[in-house]
Design a protein around this ligand. Sequence first.
Ligand SMILES: N[C@@H](CCC(=O)N[C@@H](CS)C(=O)NCC(=O)O)C(=O)O
Length: 312
Amino acid sequence: MSSAVWRRNADVYKSSSEEKRPALRNQIWTNQLRREKQFEHKHHGDYIVQTDLLRPVHIRAEEQAEKGVRKKSEKEYKCRKAQRKQRVVLVASLHTQVTADVQAARVPSLRVEMALKLKGIEYEYIEEDMNNKSTLLLESNPVHKKVPVLLHNGKPIAESLVILEYINETWENGPSILPRSPYDRAMARFWANFLDDTCLPACMKAFLSEGEEQVKAKEEVQELLKFLDNELNGKKFFGGERIGFVDIAGNVLAYWCVIIAELVGIELITDDKFPHLCTWMEVYLNSSLIKEHMPDREKLADSLRARFQKTG
Ligand SMILES: N[C@@H](CCC(=O)N[C@@H](CS)C(=O)NCC(=O)O)C(=O)O
């Protein structure tokens, strides 16, 4: 039997009313069996599965495409699956061995992980291989192609600070990460951006330079850190009594920068110069949530050593 006949049968079936369908189905099936006696199987092999024939064509096409995708690449399939999820997926790099390049460190990913934990949001975690970026990452963050990316109901959000704000606005459960008043909120954004855009590049300059240049760069960083120290005067955390946006953004200063400064051999954040910043670091790093999720200090130092510690 030709495929045209089978298509016609399917069309008749689809356009028939619900009541007529059972009888029609029997008839089509009986005709098929009758005809199969006269025709060789292989001529219409694709159409002998009756249920397949009766399923709308577009659904069949989608299923086949999905099977194809699944066969083509398991990664690609996972990507489609993550994009369809009606839940929270964090695509990040938290467990891969940190490479010598500090950009590959897990600082921004950790920010998002902490915000999710702080709010008590359940999420699925996908570890990204930074040496072989997945389709999911490239499609979710086509501009920067960087982790972390948060997928919520299949929609991607990139940039750690943007994700933190999104988390805060989307889930009301758990403590608020940002202050409620618009002014305090604006200030929190200001200090987080100050950390990322001004302090960190200045720290990197101090870490990577040498001699006179390093002394000067260190002084420049310390001038900047005075602002943060002053901001913490009379407060437990940047946002007040509870860990919030700026504290989470400040992971990098409290942990990474302190370790790197030790490796490089410069005294950057000392008690006498920055008493409030030092107290904050101590309280923050010893809080249960942060303590639990910070990477192992020794391991982190090992992975940063190659890049930052001077030899000879
Ligand atoms: N400003 C970004 C920085 C993200 C970032 O630098 N991610 C690094 C790893 S932590 C990355 O994906 N690097 C890969 C690359 O540069 O190709 C954020 O805060 O999310």
